[in-house]
Ligand binder design. Structure first.
Ligand code: NG6
Ligand code: CA
Length: 521
């Protein structure tokens, strides 16, 4: 009641946009955040071997963006930015996290969830988290209350995995408790040394669904070896093929429980991350083996959400934003046939590179907004970043962002609704080794190493010599023609802009993120 009252008091907003003027008009907001789904993986972005009728429908009825970006080419930093409105390089812990990492977002920091909660939204996280759990100064007891986590950041309801599908612990956590945990069989997790007596991929390769690289060859759960060791919690361990239906069920339950609205659902689906174990009913549904089948499965789930919204009569006033956390990858630790069955499919569409990379394929994302009551169907080439969702949704809902927070987020609600094509002037693209910048039609990659696993999954290191690489994207979308020597002034301008954006952030000098090493100039 109190929050609804707050909502009523905060309705002096958004009139310039012709947007909601009373709390009752506030739309429900669902962010559907895919994992490792590339620009080219959807029919509406050019895929022919994968059918995605539901996303195609949303693209047709909504705005389909062609220049929308994740802030980074891996999961944790992109999710950090989406939820905080801040570039991830501002937080040196925002890199790919192990499954037992502590929470990396300060609980004092406003997030999309706490912001929307403050104006009366019911808020929920369903799906992937991967932003850490627990305190930094003490080990987490997985068998007790798992805190701090999403609940301390504004999610009133949460049902999620700790990190990734390929990392232990392989359990669901609902409102801070492991689901189906038998207290007599407690969960322990280690990323340093073997624990318990479960077989590992190294000791029992014959038990595996797919063979894996050494990093993924630790504790076996459900015929898949994982990164990290886990013991106990046998009754709580998930079954990979059931995961999408489990998350979907929780998302639908939350929607049903909150039809009076407004609600905010962060639906962070697992597809298309490894291990790719689609439900058997989707096997063979694409022409690309399990990698394509998992995308078909995701699309089907999105169709179910649309159906539910329609049946409940709330579709009209629900804003859905669909995007992905980073570019595509074929081989990412498991020999699941993704490379062999890829055929002519271009998972990153026309862009170079993919996951891990500062090339366009690493961060240029499928991005669709859909809101029947307010959006005129269109295609938008405006430059937008997922980091802009925080300020844009504040603009939409009248929520206040306390000074000094969400400083990288630009309020672009009218762009997201297809009413303006004035996007942001520039954005930083964070790869695991190097940070590039796009400004207008130009892209600058500073000298150093661009690590890339997007193509066939084999790591390549593209070395960028001094003075860096400059591309004119409208004529050279796949970043082949380095114009740095021909346009020294442009190089100077973009290089200065990049340094200014990164300002005193130590990360710029040491490039410590994820898989990479120091940059060699
Ligand atoms: C990498 C893993 C990769 C994947 C990734 C996280 C290795 C060799 N590779 O470290 O398999 O789990 O982390 O992906 O361990 S992300 O989408 O969550 O960023
Ligand atoms: Ca990802």
């Amino acid at each position: 009641m109190k929050t609804r009252l707050l909502a009523c008091l905060s309705v002096v907003f958004a009139t310039t946009l012709g947007l909601p003027v009373t709390a009752a008009d506030l739309p429900n907001i669902i962010i559907i955040y895919a994992d490792d789904v590339g620009y080219g993986d959807l029919g509406c972005y050019g895929a022919t071997a994968i059918d995605t009728p539901n996303l195609d429908r949303m693209a047709k009825e909504g705005v389909r963006f062609t220049s929308a970006y994740a802030t980074a080419s891996t999961c944790t930093p992109s999710r950090y930015s989406l939820l905080t409105g801040e570039y991830a390089f501002r937080n040196q812990n925002a890199k790919i996290l192990p499954g037992n990492a502590p929470l990396i977002i300060d609980t004092e920091k406003p997030t999309l969830a706490s912001m929307l909660k403050s104006v009366g939204y019911s808020t929920a996280l369903v799906g992937k988290w991967h932003l850490g759990l627990g305190f930094a100064d003490r080990p987490l007891d997985w068998n007790d209350d798992i805190t701090p986590g999403p609940r301390e950041l504004g999610f009133e309801y949460s049902f999620h995995m700790a990190a990734t599908g390929d990392r232990v612990p392989t359990v669901y956590i609902e409102d801070g408790k492991i689901v189906n945990l038998d207290p007599n069989d407690p969960v322990s997790v280690s990323y340093e040394h073997p624990i318990g007596s479960d077989p590992t991929g190294l000791s029992h390769p014959h038990l595996l669904r797919n063979q894996a690289d050494e990093q993924h060859a630790k504790t076996i759960v459900d015929r898949t070896s994982r990164i990290g060791y886990m013991s106990g919690g046998v009754s709580a361990r998930w079954t990979d093929e059931e995961m999408p239906d489990t998350f979907l069920g929780k998302a639908i339950d939350f929607i049903h429980d909150n039809t009076a609205g407004p609600f905010f659902l962060f639906y962070a689906v697992h597809e298309n991350h490894v291990p790719r174990v689609p439900h058997p009913r989707f096997l063979g549904s694409s022409g690309l083996g399990v990698r394509g089948d998992a995308v078909v499965q995701m699309d089907w789930g999105i169709g179910r959400i649309l159906e539910e919204l329609e049946e409940l009569g709330i579709a009209e006033n629900t804003l859905i934003v669909f995007s992905s956390d980073n570019g595509p990858v074929l081989y990412d630790g498991y020999y699941d046939g993704a490379i062999e069955q890829n055929g002519d499919h271009k998972p990153a569409g026309p862009w170079r590179g993919g996951k891990y990379s500062a090339w366009e394929g690493g961060t240029r994302m499928p991005f669709i907004t859909w809101w029947p009551a307010k959006i005129q169907p269109s295609r938008s080439d405006a430059l937008v970043s997922q980091v802009d969702l925080m300020a844009s949704l504040a603009e939409l809902t009248g929520a206040k962002i306390p000074a000094g927070h969400a400083q990288d987020s630009e309020a672009l609600m009218d762009v997201l609704l297809g009413k303006s094509d004035q996007g942001r002037p520039s954005l930083v693209q964070q790869g695991v080794d190097i940070k590039a910048i796009r400004a207008g039609d130009w892209k600058f990659v500073p000298p150093g190493r661009v690590r890339n696993r997007g193509g066939v999954g084999i790591i390549t290191n593209d070395i960028i010599p001094k003075p860096g690489a400059l591309y004119f994207l409208p004529e050279d979308p796949s970043e082949q023609n380095n114009l740095a020597r021909a346009y020294p002034e442009k190089v100077k301008e973009l290089s200065a802009l990049l340094s200014k954006t990164l300002d005193d952030v130590e990360a710029f000098k040491t490039q410590p993120d994820g898989l990479g090493g120091a940059v060699e100039n």
